[in-house]
Design a protein around this ligand. Structure first.
Ligand code: AMP
Ligand code: MG
Length: 483
């Protein structure tokens, strides 16, 4: 057998940032670690072992430390549903930063690894079901080509976790470009003097946006970069019907990855007002609100940076405002371009806007499936069945055919296939897979779903039922946070 020479290559620069921004802490010992999932493909990409030895497996549950790891919990704050709170890693522990063989830096974090100085009243733990959910959806997002934190492993702890019901705990190993959030800057801005905030900002710039270091006003250029990344991310979410569900500023990543898969879900029937999260009572984070909420969060980042953007407060506000005001304009532009691509339109023309909006209005009025409607464009007319065969859709379809007739058929098809997934993690399948895995220890459906979602743009014979929304609709489907 070939010897596994891959290894953990720690190099944790976060230990050098201002001491107020983190606490050294060790994961809490668990009863009996048991490997539930290991992402071999990701391990390979990261240059980590293809198989965990017994010690490594235990370490990924919090029992023992892999050599060179100096764990910390990171401090941050955040606006949660609009209210400012001091937070921090309450159940997550950063093992450190790992350097891949190609020189890339990633955070390796344990989620559900026990209490930290930031736990407040929480137990520091996570249920198996919640960690499997994060694993499945984050890997699905990756398969969809959307920036996201990744999931390396889930290890069962053998300990009980108490929620509305008792279940087994698990620890997720989460991989991220970093776990620096908008909320990290809110915390830094509250507790650090201006020069130390500037120093932290310089650290983050060097780590994630080194190109802005040479700009005339690096913090301002940084703000614009983060905004830019977020716009791209939200456009991607909108493209596949993803609803994050808890877009608090502590859950908005500075490198622009989707982070924190608590109550997220995918929309079936198209309706911009769709909300699944049980705690989002005012529909703050509804599908259609995501762009404006992202802008709101960027405004919070701007507030946190204000003192280092300009000495004169009025001038600083003006500079920030110029950036933030560009959000809706840039978003609209990129959203329209994305929607054109979803319709196989190579270059936007006058009138495309109404072609897009008319389709969305029809979809909303009829609550038709968001994902599957776009797949109709890959089919000839005579294969349109059910609601797609009726006059309304057909009238629109004729307009669309006429519009794309300017282009070569192969080019249109290529674009359609690139922008329209055939598979998304359907909520009802995700729930069933989680139930079978977490409660019955049967990973059959979970693994099949995971496998299919690795190639969501491809036709996969035998998995047609994975493409269907639930026959009875979403009903009162609800997702829960922080479980
Ligand atoms: P979230 O909404 O999941 O991003 O979490 C918000 C805050 O609550 C973060 O500071 C988390 O670390 C903390 N938190 C969530 N669940 C727990 C838990 N079980 N124990 C301790 N802290 C938690
Ligand atoms: Mg969070």
């Amino acid at each position: 057998m070939e010897k596994d020479i891959t290894t953990w290559h720690w190099n944790t620069t976060y230990l050098t940032v201002n001491q107020q921004l983190f606490s050294k802490v060790l994961p809490t010992h668990v009863l009996s670690p048991r490997l539930l999932l290991y992402n071999h493909q990701l391990a390979k990409e990261l240059g980590l072992p293809n198989n965990l030895d017994e010690f490594e497996l235990s370490a990924l549950a919090g029992n023992g430390l892999i050599e060179g790891s100096e764990p910390i919990a990171q401090a941050y704050a955040g606006h949660q549903f609009g209210h400012f709170n001091i937070l921090g890693d309450g159940r997550a522990i950063l093992l450190g930063e790992h350097i891949t063989p190609s020189g890339k830096r990633f955070d390796i974090q344990l989620k559900g690894a026990g209490r930290t100085p930031y736990s407040r009243n929480g137990d520091g733990r996570a249920t198996t079901s919640a960690m499997l959910r994060e694993y499945l959806i984050s890997e699905a997002m990756h398969g969809l080509g959307i920036p996201t934190t990744r999931s390396l492993a889930v290890v069962g702890t053998g300990d009980e976790v108490y929620r509305e019901y008792v279940s087994e705990g698990a620890v997720l190993t989460r991989i991220a470009a970093s776990h620096i959030r908008v909320g990290t800057f809110q915390y830094a801005s509250k507790y650090l003097p201006k020069d130390e905030l500037l120093e932290f900002c310089a650290y983050v710039i060097e780590r994630h946006y080194p190109e802005v270091a040479e700009e005339e006003n690096p913090p301002l250029a940084f703000l614009r970069k983060v905004q830019d990344k977020q716009i791209d991310l939200i456009v991607d979410w909108m493209r596949v019907g993803f609803i994050h569900g808890v877009m608090n500023t502590d859950n908005m990543s500075i490198p622009g990855e989707t982070i924190d898969y608590g109550p997220c879900a995918f929309m079936n029937g198209y309706d911009p007002a769709t909300v699944f999260s049980s705690i989002d009572r005012n529909s703050r984070y509804a599908y259609g609100n995501q762009p404006s909420m992202a802008q709101w969060n960027i405004a919070c980042l701007a507030s946190a940076l204000i003192t280092i953007i300009h000495d004169d407060k009025e001038e600083a506000v003006k500079l920030c405002q110029e950036v933030i005001n560009d959000f809706p304009i840039a978003y609209e532009k990129r959203w329209t371009k994305m929607m054109c691509s979803k319709l196989g339109i190579l270059e936007e023309q006058e009138g495309d806007d109404s072609l897009i909006k008319d389709l969305l209005h029809w979809m909303e009025a009829n609550k038709v499936d968001f994902t599957n409607t776009f797949l109709q464009l890959l089919k000839p007319k005579n294969e349109h069945i059910g609601i797609y065969g009726l006059a309304d859709f057909q009238a629109w379809f004729v307009r669309w055919e006429e519009r794309v007739s300017h282009y070569k058929r192969e080019e249109v098809l290529l674009l359609l296939e690139k922008f329209n997934p055939k598979f998304i993690p359907r909520n009802h399948l995700v729930e069933e897979a989680l139930h079978q895995a977490a409660n019955l220890n049967d990973y059959g459906l979970f693994n099949r779903l995971l496998e299919v979602l690795k190639a969501p743009y491809e036709t996969q014979k035998g998995y047609e039922d994975f493409q269907e929304p639930p026959i009875e609709g979403d009903g009162d489907y609800r997702t829960y946070c922080g479980t």
